[in-house]
Ligand binder design. Structure first.
Ligand code: C2O
Ligand code: CU
Ligand code: CU
Length: 456
């Protein structure tokens, strides 16, 4: 379904329900997630606030047409939590849903009891306070629910929001500021009856008939002619996006899950699995100087994700390949410090399904290990680890190599059919219980997840 067909189909659906007139076909303007309002820095480094998970948000279809969704503080995506390295986050989350929830800080490294484990879910009407220090490199993370067996539906209905951490290292690069920096939360949706979003559970397909970017279907954005920074989260529950521009504009990948890469690199396309993030620089002018409209495009689905219109002016485009800071490699793991995880079908890791009360394995604190993630059917599997970031060493089978956006630090890595990915990982923050799981959210809900214990 393309942009125009969608607008017609969605419009027709709404027309029937509302029984009103539907005048013109327009795409919504790309929503800009609000930066946390009322996020107070009480003392210099304390970011204190409140957030409500509720069922009172909306997806924008354009022309004032919308469908009901869930969100944080009434919006999907939720507000941007903008934090500085060295801050302490102090956030009280209220559950205004009709089911239990919990909040996981995907990409942050909190102590395990603040990590949003499903065992720490809280009931409708109750609150939970999360307090922990932010001490990690600048980068884009995100927050989303993690209750047992309900992650897919809650995220799909709109519960997800971005977290931006900044630090001095990043400041020094002078990357595109303000209006030239865009946080894009990707998802997909399917129209249900009336003005509702249809959720079908199940693990058999990508699902979702139309793309969503920041809670809007087929949005448009006006940008300057300056270099643009696109900071993208794949928050879809199952869909892999293959991102690029059409017609083509110069693109470079400068960062990913764990922050800036040690080397910015030109790319044409980026394959992004659920849970992964990418930080791109984009020159909105073609090499020939063309400033016509173009799309952020998904080449897997032939979806226009965002239609960009370049306004005149803007500063002179900066350097597409900034001089990013180095990333120190983790040491070579000691002989025997290895583990293999086979992701089987849509619900098993090494033959077992998740059990809340079971610890699958124990990892010594501070030891570097080599983990092998192997696909055994049911792909794609985006593999995510809580409690530490890892470095991708190799990929065998399938695409057969480490891709440019998989360098540096990652917390989620995509396995396509017949792929095996090996990573170096070290848990050196807090001992305790963490999760390893597939971030295809229906796989996670079905039990493709393990508890493990980092031992002091
Ligand atoms: Cu983004 Cu355990 O998840
Ligand atoms: Cu996570
Ligand atoms: Cu999976």
């Amino acid at each position: 379904m393309n942009r125009r067909r969608f607008v017609q189909t969605a419009g027709a659906g709404i027309l029937t329900v509302a029984g009103g007139l539907w005048a013109c076909q327009g795409s919504p303007t790309l929503p800009i997630p609000e930066t946390r309002v009322g996020f107070k820095r009480l003392r210099r480094r304390e970011a204190r606030g409140a957030l409500t998970a509720g069922m009172d948000a909306a997806i924008e279809l354009g022309d004032d047409r919308r469908i009901e969704a869930w969100g944080y503080d009434g919006s999907t995506p939720g507000p941007v939590l903008r934090l500085r390295r060295g801050d302490t986050l102090d956030l009280t989350v209220r559950n205004a849903l009709s089911q239990e929830t919990t909040v996981h800080w995907h990409g942050l490294l909190p102590p395990p009891e603040m990590d949003g484990h499903p065992a720490d879910s809280f009931a409708p009407g109750s609150t939970r306070r999360y307090v922990f220090p932010i001490d990690q490199r600048a980068g884009l993370s995100w927050y989303h629910p993690h209750p047992h067996r309900r992650v897919a539906e809650q995220v799909y209905r709109g519960l997800a929001g971005p977290i931006l951490i900044t630090d001095g290292q990043e400041d020094a690069l002078g990357l595109p500021p303000g209006a030239d920096e865009h946080v894009l939360i990707l998802g997909d949706g399917e129209l249900g009856a009336g003005s509702s979003l249809r959720y079908r559970s199940g693990t058999s397909s990508d699902r979702g008939g139309f793309p969503l970017v920041n809670g809007a279907a087929y949005p448009e954005a006006r940008i300057s002619g300056s270099l643009q920074r696109l900071r993208i989260v794949n928050a879809a529950r199952a869909r892999v996006f293959e991102l690029g521009t059409r017609p083509e504009r110069p693109l470079a990948v400068i960062g990913n899950d764990g922050g800036l890469l040690d080397r910015a690199q030109r790319v044409d396309r980026v394959t992004l699995g659920p849970g992964e993030r990418v930080d791109l620089l984009m020159d909105p002018r073609s090499p020939a100087g063309d400033t016509g409209p173009f799309d952020l495009w998904c080449f897997r689905t032939s979806w226009s994700l965002v239609a960009f219109n370049v306004l005149g002016g803007g500063r002179k485009p900066g350097d597409l390949l900034p001089d990013t800071p180095p990333v120190a490699p983790l040491p070579e793991p000691a002989p025997g410090a290895e583990r293999t995880f086979r992701f089987e079908g849509h619900s098993r890791i090494n033959g077992t399904r998740f059990r809340m009360d079971q610890t699958a394995f124990r990892v010594p604190f501070g030891r570097t290990e080599r983990w092998h993630f192997r696909s055994s059917g049911g792909t794609p599997h985006p593999i995510h680890v809580h409690g530490a970031h890892f470095q991708v060493e190799s990929r065998r089978g399938g695409r057969g190599r480490v891709l440019p956006w998989e360098r540096g630090w990652k917390d989620t890595v995509l396995l396509l059919n017949r792929e095996e990915v090996s990573v170096r990982i070290r848990f050196d923050r807090y001992p305790g219980r963490y999760l390893l799981h597939c971030h295809r959210l229906e796989h996670e809900d079905e039990g493709m997840m393990l508890n493990f214990e980092v031992e002091a």
